[in-house]
Unconditional design. Structure first.
Length: 453
């Protein structure tokens, strides 16, 4: 009989799958190293088990111990599988930008999960890096994995992923493209492939808000490059020891929007239901097309499964809220489709300035139309009210009609965006859209910017 002794023995030997539609513009053959076939549905299973086994051999992970790791979800899953089979406890520390599905999956396999804020510095006590280290000091008989600096991460891919790619392509691979997070995959695979053929090119996919690309090109760790981003699993605000910049030939950066859109396109056009980093990887590969020829064999590694992102990149409401859904925006009505059902917030001309301030605060808006029984007679914005109140605080008890400006222009649903934009000027901060049946909706400068970005 042919069977595995336990689930850990099914890790590795994942297939190479040819991409067809999304890579049609490229002259080369593109093959995906499809890592979702691992039992934990990600490439991280490989290094998770390698790190556990090496820790056992070194005596730092003892029977009945607790494994502790800061993770974006996938490494935690791989470690959790190892913990289940080998009899350890598992604590995962995750950032709050990761999908709810990742948290739920970790809990489903018996892990205890701590969620930490994303928008803090790595050395902040609240960060998931610091929290994982702290827990490992507080909990007896525990082992802090530290996948970022743990050499077993890179070792796993040098021993398994790299050789598999070399053998599956019969040594014909010319380029390896992969998203970079901890650095273990690109460094382990890249080191192996360059050992077999120094001419193989290794390309890393980075994201905006991460330090990798600039550091590789300049040697400068620029903190100005660090800011929050949505893409999961790649990019860093630190320099993990597992990132071997010497074997990486270059980086290209992919926006959050492109990564999300191409994650959807992989599913809809290639039948590949994959995670967010796969969208970034394929878009980055397309950005590198000038580096490929018809003789090249390009391997791109896809990290994880789409089931961990059904509430995010595969949810149109989530995509729409972030302006990631691609749709043609040419008319006034297109600018407010995402919030067309929101009621118009207005104020009567006899109401007081304090009422206008309260209404703006409650609705988080900065301008409103002013109306009377005959219709719209003026407008008011927070800048004008601020100036008036700074000159005389008592104006809050006076009618808004004394401070209103001229009415917002009114346009119909089919007015061009160019025309709408031309109506916005220094003293006109918004435009009113006539929806018919006496209903109106406000179009702000923000709506216009969001619509055309």
């Amino acid at each position: 009989m042919d069977y595995a002794e336990n689930i850990l023995e099914t890790i590795g030997n994942t297939p190479l799958v040819k991409l067809n539609k999304l890579t049609a513009e490229l002259p080369c053959i593109v093959l995906a190293k499809y890592e979702t076939f691992n039992p934990g549905n990600s490439v991280k299973d490989r290094m998770a088990i390698q790190m556990i086994e090496d820790a056992e051999a070194a005596g730092v992970l003892k029977p009945g111990g607790t494994i502790i790791e800061g993770t974006s979800g996938n490494t935690g899953m791989g470690l959790a599988l190892g913990a289940v089979v080998k009899g350890y406890k598992m604590i995962c520390v995750i950032s709050d930008k990761q999908s709810k599905e990742k948290v739920d999956i970790l809990k489903a396999v018996g892990s205890e999960v701590y969620v930490c804020p994303t928008d803090v510095a790595p050395d902040d006590p609240r960060s998931y890096y610091s929290t994982a280290r702290r827990l490992s000091k507080e909990i007896p008989n525990s082992w802090y994995v530290n996948q970022y600096d743990n050499p077993s991460n890179c070792k796993a891919h040098f021993k398994s992923t790299g050789p598999e790619i070399w053998e599956q392509t019969e040594g014909k691979v010319t380029h390896f493209v992969v998203g970079v997070g901890t650095g273990g995959t690109i460094s382990g695979v890249g080191s192996y492939l360059k050992m077999k053929n120094p001419n193989v090119k290794i390309w890393g996919i980075d994201t905006y808000g991460s330090v990798f690309k600039k550091y590789h090109e300049t040697g400068i760790f620029d903190e100005n490059e660090i800011y929050p981003y949505i893409t999961e699993g790649i990019g860093e605000d630190i320099l993990p020891k597992n990132v071997n910049f010497d074997i990486i030939d270059g980086f290209t950066k992919v926006t959050d929007k492109d990564a999300a859109i191409y994650t959807q396109r992989l599913a809809k056009e290639e039948g590949m239901f994959l995670g967010n980093s796969a969208g970034a990887a394929i878009k980055g590969l397309l950005q590198l097309k000038e580096h490929f020829t018809e003789d090249d064999v390009v391997v791109v590694l896809f990290h994880d499964h789409g089931s961990r992102y059904v509430g995010k990149m595969f949810n149109d409401d989530w995509m729409r809220d972030r302006g990631f859904l691609e749709h043609e925006v040419t008319k006034a009505i297109d600018l407010i489709r995402n919030h067309i059902d929101e009621p118009l917030v207005a104020i009567k001309k006899e109401e007081l300035v304090m009422h206008a301030i309260d209404r703006m605060k409650q609705n988080n808006i900065s301008q409103m139309p002013v109306e009377d029984v005959d219709g719209f007679v003026g407008s008011v914005d927070d800048t004008a009210l601020f100036r008036a109140i700074m000159e005389d605080a008592s104006v809050t008890s006076r009618p808004i009609k004394e401070f209103m400006q001229k009415p917002f222009p009114v346009v119909d649903k089919n007015t061009s965006i160019d025309k709408v934009a031309s109506l916005i000027e220094k003293d006109v901060q918004a435009v009113l859209l006539d929806l018919g049946d006496g209903k109106h909706h406000i179009i702000t400068k923000y709506d216009i910017i969001s619509g055309i970005r």
